[in-house]
Design a binder for this molecule. Sequence first.
Ligand SMILES: Cc1cc2nc3c(=O)[nH]c(=O)nc-3n(C[C@H](O)[C@H](O)[C@H](O)COP(=O)(O)OP(=O)(O)OC[C@H]3O[C@@H](n4cnc5c(N)ncnc54)[C@H](O)[C@@H]3O)c2cc1C
Length: 395
Amino acid sequence: MSQLAGISEEDFNTLLGRVQEFRDDKIAPRVIQWEQERIFPIDTISASHELGLLGMEIDPALGGLGLSFGQKLKVLDLLSEVSMPYAFSLVNSHNVAARLARHGTEELRSRFLPDLLSGQRLGSTALTEPGVGSDFSAITTLAARDAGGWRLNGEKAWITNAAASDVIIVYVQTDSDARSKGIASFVIDGTRDGFERLDPYGLIGSHAIGTAGFRLNNYFASEDELLALPGEGFAAALTTINEARTYVASMCCSMVEASLRSAVSYACERESFGRPIIEHQGLSWQLAHVANQLEAARALTDRAVAVIEQGDNRSAILSAAHAKKFATEMAEPALTACAQAMGANGLKEEHLIGHRLTAARVANYVDGTTEIMTDRIAMSLPAEYQATLTVSVAS
Ligand SMILES: Cc1cc2nc3c(=O)[nH]c(=O)nc-3n(C[C@H](O)[C@H](O)[C@H](O)COP(=O)(O)OP(=O)(O)OC[C@H]3O[C@@H](n4cnc5c(N)ncnc54)[C@H](O)[C@@H]3O)c2cc1C
């Protein structure tokens, strides 16, 4: 995405106030129902266009809000306190609009941007396939040249918003033996022939992400729908993934912070053995550990945000991997500790800790799994830490 300078602090605070109102009015009362009835809340995602959220990080000249990356994350954090799945769905649609705003031709922008910004249509980005996840360069969805364009064949799986989206940036292979060197991307239109939507998944939670798959059956894409040329798709996907890893880390921090606030409030009010339970060291230390982990995750996330805002793409790979690994590994035990501090009450759906727990589970997969983050960090070890281990000893 482009690194926009952002809007003034005053305007941004006004926006945050409106986002909070929207969240409390339109999202919070429905989150539990969405989960219980496995609803993908398309209308509520579309409704966020009233605040401009489907164009957060898009230049105002193209109809966006012009937020900086850091400002976008603050909006997503606010939404994630109540529903990370909602925030994740929203930002995934936004990302398609932002990608087209930045890399699409004039024709593609005028064809898709107005509908994406107004929530008339939702967007998705599709890399994963039924047989290929972490090893992105092994994708098998094939694009073969045809008169005036390309024919696309293959199946995509686990795609955010694909339960309803129809403006999809799809990554394909153009040469079966070339791995990363053959990958290209196209924007495809899910209303056209050759696009077959598959049923959404029944999951342990997070149905508001609208995760589903689709098949491309001899789908025709014209030359101007090619977004990243063969050989450039792999790098194009990785450029934006550091930003995604960082906002996933931030969403985890936000979910844990909201749960910690509930747990501390409960522990200050609830009494056992004649005093508030927060005064029992065995309990307060558990919550202190959560606070400590949260501070560390937030610091790593803030560092990744700063690196990304400086436009330092090389350093962003490592900073984003550190932030995502730490925050996603921190979130599940931290959320469990918060629920534990609230006793049986922590299990009640209204406290949203269960909702956040399944979202934290999702965070461990999306935009690169925890193991892939660890692998990125491992690959950096020689450059970051290798040194000659000799010390001079005075004789
Ligand atoms: C709710 C949800 C939404 C999603 N949205 C999207 C989307 O919008 N677009 C999209 O393209 N994809 C999306 N995904 C897919 C996600 O990106 C993949 O789940 C992820 O890349 C991992 O792939 P996989 O699930 O196939 O696991 P696999 O790659 O099969 O891996 C299985 C396990 O092996 C581990 N593993 C694999 N390779 C290594 C290695 N080299 N070293 C150590 N461990 C390894 C993995 O970490 C994992 O734990 C979504 C997934 C979910 C759950």
